[in-house]
Design a protein around this ligand. Sequence first.
Ligand code: COA
Length: 322
Amino acid sequence: MTYARITGTGSYLPEKVLTNHDLEQMVETNDQWIRERTGIEKRHIAADNQTTCDLAEQAARRALEAAGRSTDDIDLIIVATTTPDRVFPSTACLVQQRLDIHGCAAFDVQAVCTGFVYALGVADKFIRTGAAKCALVIGAETLSRIIDWTDRSTCVLFGDGAGAVILEASEAPGILSTHLHADGNYESLLTVNVGVSTHFDAVAKGEAYIHMKGNEVFRMAVNTLGRIVDETLEANRMTQADVDWLIPHQANIRIINATARKLNMPPERVVVTVDQHGNTSAASVPMALDVAVRDGRIQRGETLLMEAFGGGFTWGSALLKF
Ligand code: COA
């Protein structure tokens, strides 16, 4: 049986840091409120001339190096992003050009904060069916471009960054299962409600902003993530005790803690980067994975549970042997 196995990880954060104290100068908020309600201390913000593709490229190069692979080996590129450089070509095609890769399939996946888990699920299927052997899967965002910096209820939450993995065909177990879900009935609770075919003038004027009913999103996220943890373990006939690491989407420390409690995971087995990165949407899970791989916490052979929840609503999980 062919599995898809992660053979290298990489991430990239833009240099500019925006602290809670910086935000105190911009909107009526304070460091204590942000820390207590979200767990966030700071976030990184892309430079004016830096795009999602720029961040994605750096993360991709680091993942390739970690996997010991060259760009010639890549036969599939998927970029999960909500903040693409252009309407088209896809950011995946732009990354392909940067890496001087020619001919392989390259496309974007749009599932907001669940984007990377979706992209991993799609790449897993390509590899299991033999359609690809060595995939580059990226989550990359410049969310700072769709933030209303005068809205304190959203501007304190988000940040920019990119994370990537190299996923290769392997006889040894890698991804055990992925579980992808959506319910568009909740579209209005978390949205940028303008786009190409509606109110494009707002996009052109730079007034395309994230709108969120924070309380309702919070409740749904906690309940839904609890359910997907059960679904994932049941599908693999595993129990909580079989999971070595929880790598959650980094939206809010209180959501992360609620899912960890549900799993009976001790805090030291949960990878947390929300304090340093904020919510980077599709980039958050691969960046958290890369941090914990590079600092030596996550070891080969361990069992990882990734989960995410985002606009749509979308939600998903991946259980894998690292
Ligand atoms: N600084 C200070 N006060 C703030 C604030 C800020 N940045 N943002 C909101 N407040 C105020 C509100 O105005 C409100 O004041 P009021 O009681 O006088 O009306 C009060 O704080 C409580 O607001 P509320 O929205 O109820 O807070 P909360 O505990 O729900 O926390 C979020 C807000 C956004 C942190 C929380 O709802 C959340 O994390 N939601 C999910 C977000 C998320 O994960 N989104 C992405 C999913 S992928």
